[in-house]
Design a protein around this ligand. Structure first.
Ligand code: NAD
Ligand code: DAU
Length: 358
């Protein structure tokens, strides 16, 4: 029976992962979601499962060593899936330091807490023996590889060459995960996925932002000429891939995850306008993002051949379903864009503890 610590589970991919695991993983004893609830954390994403007896939410920071020790003592985790991060490239250009402390220092503190708890003799620096069955999975990104020209793909052997403060901080975290494996023998995996789309994505990212703006007849800000290319994967396929790596990935290995769905940004924007029946005159070409990576493409041969993972969604089906999801969840979008979602924690948790404290 698994006891899983999920960090950043109130965010986009983390909340989808928690839904996915609770639905598909029968062999689960407890799942603890540790999330600081920054602007990107939204507990409304988990409203439907919050009374599940295997699910526990803890509001806290991955950089809080004491809290991590308390949680390890209480729940005795055997699995960690580390999503928590500052994840938006544009914000990293404004506030790089926050990205370094959250993404790099946060990862190191989490790795250290896991080592402390999992290593059989933590005082012996030469020992490499860990408790049976434990695993740390770092959720990383294809952006650590930098940008591609018109051809080629990222493989797991591509050198890291990040270009933004965000991707540099994710690359730094990956190097630490590898260092904990090489130096201390920690049983780790790193997954590097391409751009995700699907339900519960914060509307600062391309797809939900464009859906929201188009629906509300606002202009759609396309950076530069819009010909930059990303590889898109439905978030549930990413969750399935992470689960596959947890179940059958080789210790110490990196796995790229991608959907073979390269699309130019402008194509996606036009598709959204088309599905919503809106005019392309809403498109506004704005100044390009500084240091904007032109193209990402993932070679997913390793995970598809060694672990037999395959994406279930085609982009055509996934994007239509996603657009429909945002239309059906207009209230969720309104609460996120108006900031009302941030009251949810107080209403659900602070008030409950006020009651418990009399
Ligand atoms: P997100 O911004 O939607 O969610 C991040 C979550 O982390 C939020 O709930 C936030 O409250 C939490 N958090 C931030 N700082 C924290 C801290 N110090 N302690 C505890 N919790 C904290 O991000 P996302 O898009 O869901 O991405 C999740 C992970 O997946 C990130 O590590 C990101 O780098 C990686 N990733 C994202 C994509 C993508 O397309 N979105 C693709 C590949 C990899
Ligand atoms: O590749 C994986 C990465 O994908 C993840 O590691 C990041 O956490 C995630 O945010 C995402 O990064 P991108 O920078 O690719 O995603 P974003 O949605 O911000 O932008 C996608 C593309 O769309 C990019 O080329 C920039 C462009 N864009 C974005 C926004 C928000 C626009 O043209 N206009 C916009 O308003």
């Amino acid at each position: 029976m698994k006891r899983i610590l999920v960090t950043g589970g109130a965010g986009f991919i983390g909340s989808n992962f928690i839904h996915y695991i609770l639905k598909n993983h029968v062999d689960l004893e407890a799942l603890v979601n540790l999330d600081l609830l920054t602007y990107a954390g939204n507990l409304e994403n988990l409203h439907d499962i919050e009374s599940n007896p295997k699910y526990y939410f803890v509001k806290g920071d991955v950089r809080d060593r004491n809290l991590l020790e308390t949680l390890f003592d209480e729940y005795d985790f055997d699995t960690i899936v580390h999503f928590a991060a500052e994840s938006h490239v544009d914000r990293s250009i404004e506030t790089p330091e926050l990205f370094l402390t959250t993404n790099i220092v946060g990862t190191q503190i989490l790795l250290d807490a896991a080592k402390q708890h999992w290593k059989i003799d933590n005082k012996d620096k030469y020992s490499r023996e860990y408790r049976k069955g434990v695993r740390y999975l770092q959720v990383s990104t294809d952006e650590v590889y930098g940008a591609l020209g018109a051809t080629g793909m990222f493989t797991e052997k591509t050198a890291l060459s990040p270009n933004s403060p965000y991707s540099a901080s994710k690359a730094g975290a990956d190097l630490l995960v590898n260092a904990y494996h090489e130096t201390y023998g920690m049983p780790v995996n790193i997954t590097r996925c391409s751009n995700n789309y699907g339900p519960y994505q914060f509307p600062e990212k391309l797809i939900p932002l464009m859906i929201y703006n188009a629906y509300n007849n606002k202009t759609l800000p396309v950076y530069g000429d819009g010909t930059q290319i990303r590889d898109w994967l439905h978030v549930s396929d990413h969750c399935a891939a992470i689960t596959t790596v947890l179940e059958s990935g080789t210790v110490g290995e990196v796995y790229n995850i991608g959907g073979n769905n390269e699309k130019a940004n402008i194509e996606i924007v036009r598709l959204i306008l088309n599905v919503l029946g809106k005019s392309e005159s809403l498109i506004e070409h704005v100044k390009d993002r500084p240091g904007h990576d032109r193209r990402y493409a993932i070679d997913n041969t390793k995970i598809t051949t060694e672990l037999q993972w395959q994406p279930a969604y085609t982009f055509e089906d996934g994007i239509r379903e996603t657009i429909q999801w945002y239309l059906n969840h207009n209230e969720w979008l309104e609460r996120v864009t108006s900031g009302k979602y941030q009251k949810y924690y107080h209403d659900m948790y602070d008030r409950a503890s006020e009651k418990n404290n009399g």
